[in-house]
Design a protein around this ligand. Sequence first.
Ligand SMILES: N[C@@H](CCC(=O)N[C@@H](CS)C(=O)NCC(=O)O)C(=O)O
Length: 243
Amino acid sequence: MARTFEEDSRNVLNHNIYRQDNTFKLKYFKLHGLAYASRLILATSGAKWECAFPEDWANTEKKDTLFGVLPVLYETTASGQIVEVPESDTIEHYLSKKFRLYGNGDDYDEIKVRAFASSIQSLISYYLLRVAVVKDAAYKDVMTERFFTEALPPFLVTHERHLVANGRNGHYVGDKLSLADLKLVIAVNMVVALTQDKFVSQERTPAIWAVWEKVNAIPSYVEWKKTKAYKEISERNLDILGF
Ligand SMILES: N[C@@H](CCC(=O)N[C@@H](CS)C(=O)NCC(=O)O)C(=O)O
């Protein structure tokens, strides 16, 4: 039977929103895609978590989800209750609140973090939706050229400016890791995989690079990148999307 939100889930979620010591399963396909940022949050926060992959998506698992799509986050509390959070943006927001990834926690810092994250997401989506998935070779060349001449350069100038204004300390907001820092790592990974050091590097974009380095030095993230799941996801992403 098709499911909807259940009133019983209200208390469980409200009581667990700030609990960091529960265990987490993030279910998505073997791609970075819409789970990239949420996996990064879980990997860098040191949470007890694992990637789950569908085994029989179309026939059984799809209809068990609230929207018929992945990703979905499943959080298990100490007493065995499950918090279920659907939709990629909502999962990122839920985990960002939980792991305190909105700056100092006041509304202004949250707005700043979300604005930076949204701007970065627009760049990523531009490439994914207007370039990576295009099949026609000639049109793909036009859109690739447009991305690297019209979309990427102003993005890099703007984000360097904001990061320099924050002290070029490897963070967008204050001196704390935030959702914006993690989203930037996704964009940098994408651009560097596509163009090596042509646009983004320590020399060309030092403030952006400082964020990338800081996140890449987080021990739990380093460990996650050594896992079989991470390697399989990255290889498949490269095969299908070219980065
Ligand atoms: N609005 C959803 C979109 C999710 C979505 O489209 N997921 C795709 C994979 S990227 C999916 O589950 N496709 C399988 C299907 O539709 O059966 C979100 O942001 O989470």
